[in-house]
Design a protein around this ligand. Structure first.
Ligand code: EPU
Length: 421
C-alpha cells in the first residue's frame, strides 16, 4: 500500500499561511550543534521528516535530543565517536554535514555516502577537496567514507563552484582547525549566513559570510547557545506561487522579502499583484491573463533552482511560451513529464524546458519524483479539474511542514489515503 495526497482542484484559496523555519538551514544547524561542548537549543524547527532522520543520527552518536514542537535541544555532552553507517544516512542528502562537523570535533569521521533527491549527478568533490586542504586523508570503500586528520590546519580553499553544501561543510570543519581558513568563491545563500550565525554564537570566529570570501579563525572550544532559524524562502516562494495560481487573497506570513527578490520580480513580470507588508506578502488573485516569462536558475541572489519546478506549473497557465534554463542541476526536469500527464504542454531541451501555455490541467495519478517536483504537482492539483493523486509523498514530507494542513486552512480540498501499488 502506498500513501497518496489527493487534491480536488478548482477551489479558490483565501486567508493567511505562516511559513516555517528554513529546511536547508535546519539540516545544517542540527549537525553544527554537535561541535558544541554544551546544549544547543534551536527554535523554529520545521516539522519535516529530514529533522526526524537527523535526530536518529544524533541519537546514534549518543547525543541527547529533545524535540518539542518547533524547538529542538541537542546536548552533545556525552557524545561518542561512532561511525554513521545506518540506513538513516541514506534518507537525506544533508547527512553529509556530519562529515564536516565530526571531522572538526574528532579529526575523524566514518560515514556512508549520503542520500537525498535525485536531481542528476550530485558529486561532493568540492567538500572533499576542502577537507583535504585542511589536512584530512580520505578513503572510500563499500559506499563509506573515512576521513582522518592528525591535526586540522587552516588553509586557503578556492571553490570551483559556489556550492552551498561545500561552503557550509568546510566552515563546520574549519571552526576547530588551527589558524586561519579562507574560503574563496564561497556560496552566499541566506542559509549559510544562518549557520555561521549559530557557530558565532557558539564562539566561532567567522567573518565575511554573505560575501565571496569567508574567513574562519579556528578556536578550541565552542559552547552551548540558543538560535532561531530564518524563515524558509523556498516554502515561502512555493506559497507565493500557490497564491498566484489558485488564490483570491492570500497573506503569506513570516517571510524575509529580500530573500525572494528574483521570484517576486518574475511573478510581477507575469502580472501577479502583490503587496509587501513588513514580513508578509499579500498576493491577489489573477483577473487578467498571465504573461509568459523566461527564467534562468542561478546561485543566490539569482533565481533559485528549487523554485524553478513550482513556477513551471504556474507558467502552464501563461498566455504563450515560457523558457526555463537550469544552470545548477541540469537534469532537474522530472516534474515536466508528470505535468504533461495532467495536460501541460512542456518540451524538454538540454538543461532547459519550454512551457507552451495556456493549457487547462486535469486531475490524474502522478508521481512526486523529488521534493520540489512534489510541490509543482500540488500546485497543479489545486488548479486542475477533478482529482489529482500524488504518489511518493515522502518526498514532499521531507521538506514541507504540514503542507496539506496549511492548504486546507486556506480552503483547499486535500486528503491522504493509501492505494494498492
Ligand atoms: N557540486 C559539485 N561538487 C560538489 C558540490 C556541488 O559539482 O562538491 C555541484 C552540484 O552537483 C550542483 C551544484 O554544484 O550542480 C550546486 O550544488 P550545491 O552544493 O550548491 O547544492 P547542495 O548543497 O547539494 C543545496 C540545497 C538544495 C539546493 C542547492 C542549490 C540543501 C540540503 N540542499 O544543495 O536544495 O537546490 O543547494 O541551491 O541545502 C531542495 O531544497 O529541494 C534542494 C535540493
Amino acid at each position: 500500500m502506498a500513501e497518496v495526497i489527493a487534491i480536488d482542484g478548482g477551489y479558490k484559496l483565501n486567508g493567511t499561511v505562516r511559513i516555517s523555519g528554513a529546511k536547508n538551514a535546519t539540516v545544517a544547524l542540527i549537525p553544527a550543534a554537535v561541535l558544541s561542548d554544551g546544549p544547543v537549543e534551536i527554535l523554529g524547527v520545521p516539522e519535516i521528516s529530514d529533522v526526524a532522520a537527523l535526530a536518529t543520527l544524533l541519537r546514534e552518536l549518543k547525543c541527547d535530543v529533545e524535540i518539542d514542537g518547533e524547538r529542538i535541544k541537542v546536548d552533545p555532552t556525552h557524545m561518542e565517536d561512532i561511525p554513521l553507517v545506518s540506513d538513516a544516512v541514506n534518507k537525506l542528502r544533508a547527512s553529509y554535514y556530519f562529515m564536516g562537523a565530526l571531522l572538526g570535533k574528532y579529526k575523524r569521521v566514518k560515514i556512508k555516502m549520503p542520500g537525498g533527491c535525485y536531481l542528476g549527478p550530485r558529486p561532493i568533490d568540492l567538500h572533499l577537496k576542502g577537507f583535504e586542504a585542511l589536512g584530512a586523508k580520505i578513503t572510500y570503500e563499500d559506499d563509506t567514507y573515512l576521513l582522518e586528520a592528525e591535526e586540522l590546519v587552516g588553509n586557503s580553499i578556492y571553490l570551483d563552484f559556489a556550492s552551498v553544501g561545500a561552503t557550509i561543510n568546510i566552515m563546520l570543519a574549519a571552526v576547530h582547525a588551527q589558524g586561519k581558513t579562507v574560503i574563496e568563491n564561497a556560496a552566499k545563500e541566506p542559509e549559510i549566513i544562518d549557520v555561521a550565525n549559530l557557530l558565532t554564537k557558539m564562539g566561532a570566529k567567522i567573518r565575511g559570510v554573505g560575501t565571496d570570501t569567508i574567513t574562519i579563525d579556528g578556536v578550541d572550544h565552542l559552547s552551548g547557545t540558543f538560535h532561531e532559524i530564518i524563515p524558509d524562502r523556498i516554502e515561502a516562494g512555493t506559497f507565493l506561487i500557490i497564491a498566484a495560481a489558485a488564490g483570491e487573497k492570500v497573506i503569506v506570513q513570516n517571510i524575509i522579502p529580500q530573500h525572494l527578490e528574483a521570484l517576486i520580480s518574475k511573478l510581477k513580470e507575469m502580472g501577479i499583484k502583490m503587496d509587501v507588508v513588513g514580513d508578509s506578502i499579500v498576493v491577489y488573485g489573477r483577473d487578467d491573463a498571465l504573461k509568459p516569462v523566461n527564467v534562468k536558475t542561478q546561485i543566490y541572489p539569482g533565481f533559485a533552482t528549487d523554485l524553478q519546478q513550482p513556477l513551471t506549473t504556474l507558467l502552464t497557465q501563461a498566455q504563450g511560451d515560457s523558457h526555463v534554463k537550469e544552470t545548477i542541476y541540469i537534469e532537474r526536469f522530472k516534474h515536466c513529464p508528470q505535468l504533461n500527464k495532467m495536460g501541460a504542454h512542456i518540451d524538454l531541451e538540454e538543461a532547459a524546458s519550454v512551457i507552451h501555455g495556456p493549457t487547462p490541467l486535469h486531475g490524474t495519478r502522478v508521481e512526486a519524483t523529488d521534493l520540489r517536483c512534489g510541490a509543482a504537482l500540488v500546485i497543479a492539483g489545486l488548479i486542475a479539474e477533478g482529482r489529482t493523486e500524488i504518489t511518493n509523498v515522502y518526498h514532499i514530507d521531507r521538506g514541507y511542514d504540514n503542507i496539506d494542513h496549511k492548504l486546507i486552512t486556506l480552503g483547499a480540498h486535500i486528503t491522504r489515503y493509501h492505494i494498492d501499488e
